[in-house]
Write a protein that binds this ligand. Structure first.
Ligand code: HEM
Length: 148
């Protein structure tokens, strides 16, 4: 069981929602640029959905929805189920999650620059792993169900 996010982390993550609303797509585009330096990870993705801009848009929307609802995760249940199913269908594994964290957090800094300090990055790091553990748990359950 992952420890709950602290009230301070929740407040910081929620305070970044307006910046994510404006710059979310630039952040996810930058994130994929960093992530796709790894050819094995790049191969998991449908490149047509990258080139059309669909996947960066979906991820930006998911990150924004998470920032807004980080204190009300029930609102994200359906979206999280859909992400987990898509991850299972495309072969995403728990060991891929660190690479996305390592691409996403610097991408936030690359795009938002001085508007974010280490406190914000640490809060997002914690929030990322909180959601990642929820997804990893759901993906494991889906794989077990599909294998049964
Ligand atoms: C907390 C972490 C993550 C979040 C919030 C997230 C979010 C999403 C979202 C919103 C989608 C689109 C689902 C849809 O079809 O509506 C998606 C799809 C996908 N995600 Fe993730 N994801 C995360 C971690 C990862 C990791 C670690 C990988 C592996 C490197 C990954 C690989 C993929 C792939 C391959 C797809 C399908 C994209 C396609 O259609 O080409 N994701 N994810």
């Amino acid at each position: 069981m992952t420890a709950p996010l602290s009230p301070e982390t929740i407040a910081i993550v929620k305070s970044t929602a307006p910046a994510l609303q404006r710059h979310g797509l630039a952040i996810t585009n930058r994130m994929y640029e960093r992530l796709f330096a790894d050819a094995e990870i790049k191969a998991l993705f449908d490149q047509a959905a990258q080139e059309s801009g669909e996947q960066p848009k979906r991820l930006a929307a998911a990150i924004l929805a998470y920032a807004k609802n980080v204190d009300n995760l029930g609102a994200l249940t359906q979206a999280v189920e859909r992400m987990a199913q898509r991850h299972v269908d495309t072969g995403v594994k728990p060991e891929h999650y660190p690479a996305v964290a390592t691409a996403l957090l610097p991408a936030i800094k690359d795009v938002l620059g001085d508007a974010v300090d280490q406190r914000v990055l640490d809060a997002w790091g914690e929030a990322y792993w909180f959601l990642a553990h929820i997804l990893i748990g759901k993906e494991k359950a889906l794989c077990q169900r599909e294998a049964a």
